[in-house]
Design a protein around this ligand. Structure first.
Ligand SMILES: CC(C)(COP(=O)(O)OP(=O)(O)OC[C@H]1O[C@@H](n2cnc3c(N)ncnc32)[C@H](O)[C@@H]1OP(=O)(O)O)[C@@H](O)C(=O)NCCC(=O)NCCS
Length: 304
């Protein structure tokens, strides 16, 4: 068996292989998403590793991010008569990727699995990936979220200051400070520099709408929205407060302001991803009518 990267002419067949286990409309949505990432340069042919035994017998896709992390899709194998064992193909593909991530100096490789996917769980565990937590995608309608919100009291008075160019402001320092004692993937805390964290968020937001949260004339938190899918939906990419400002209702007031802003732009829905262990955030989001759309197991490979 040989491992090499894909060629451009092979891409359509591999988009099929990567998506054909899904029902529609998810299959078509994912295929269009992958093609789009390829067109805008966020995926390249060498992000697709192919195992070949004469014919392609398996593929492994990853997406590298600007914060020296990568997202690894589970391997997809071709039903074939070649006699090569499926686990050998998957192992060979993942081993080659991890060798490469070492060469590139990547710190973290993330993989999101269906929680009821024992096959890929066993394969990732064999390669020192650790099942870390579950991540829940939540969504709410803007109209519903606005129904339950209260006006800020004096104790929670604040302003949102738009951030167009984070460089030269206290934005990244405060952003890192909001990670202290976080319940949201604490395993990642301290593993990336401020510049890498910012680069990661830039990757996640093609059309960013970012704010500093200012109270009593100092920055006490950040609010990161992505408006890529306007007006259907905005992504709440991150809301974080420094530890001393938590637990006094400020998060709810900031979120209420974000929803009022979204309503003015005629945005219909807001979506976010949260660690299921993050009880303060889950309680906050519940009050705005967020409900679960999807849950995935997060598997992490960390460079020793
Ligand atoms: C999540 C966060 C934005 C919430 O903002 P907040 O202003 O602290 O929220 P609230 O004061 O409205 O409290 C929200 C709920 O969490 C509870 N809570 C607050 N701090 C808590 C803590 N340390 N432990 C347990 N529960 C806590 C509150 O009692 C409240 O629950 P209730 O509605 O049942 O009373 C804030 O805690 C934070 O910045 N955390 C770190 C970053 C983070 O996890 N961001 C979310 C990423 S998805």
């Amino acid at each position: 068996m040989q491992i090499s990267t894909a060629t451009t002419s092979e891409l359509p067949q591999f988009w099929d292989l990567l998506t054909n286990h899904l029902p529609n409309p998810q299959r078509t949505d994912l295929r269009l998403h992958l093609q789009h990432l390829f067109q805008i340069g966020k995926l390249a042919t060498d992000d697709l590793l192919v195992a070949r035994a004469g014919q392609p017998v398996g593929v492994l896709l990853w997406q590298r991010h600007r914060d020296r992390t990568a997202t690894l899709w589970p391997p997809r194998l071709v039903e074939s008569e070649t006699g090569t064992k499926a686990t050998d193909i998957a192992d060979a593909l993942i081993s080659e990727r991890l060798r490469q991530s070492d060469r590139l100096g990547l710190r973290l490789v993330l993989s999101f699995l269906d929680p009821a996917d024992p096959t890929n769980s066993i394969i990732l565990a064999r390669h020192q990936f650790r099942r870390t937590t579950h991540l829940r995608t939540l969504q709410t309608q803007v109209s519903e979220a606005l129904r339950g919100t209260a006006a800020p009291t004096e104790a929670t008075s604040f302003q949102l200051h738009p951030v167009l160019h984070p460089a030269g402001t206290d934005f990244s320092t405060v952003l890192l400070a909001t990670y202290q004692d976080t319940c949201d993937c604490p395993e990642l805390e301290g593993r990336r520099s401020a510049a890498e964290v910012l680069a990661g968020y830039r990757d996640a937001c093609q059309r960013p709408l970012w704010f500093r949260i200012v109270a009593a004339q100092r920055t006490v938190g950040v609010l990161l929205l992505a408006t890529d899918e306007e007006p259907v939906r905005w992504q709440l990419v991150y809301l974080g407060l420094i530890p001393s400002m938590r637990g006094r209702g400020l998060g709810a007031c900031v979120l209420a302001e974000a929803f009022r802003w979204a309503a003015r732009q005629r945005v219909q829905a807001m979506q976010l991803i949260v660690d299921v262990r993050n009880h303060p955030a889950l309680r906050l989001y519940q009050r705005f009518g967020f409900h679960t759309v999807e849950e995935r197991a997060l598997w992490l490979w960390m460079r020793p």
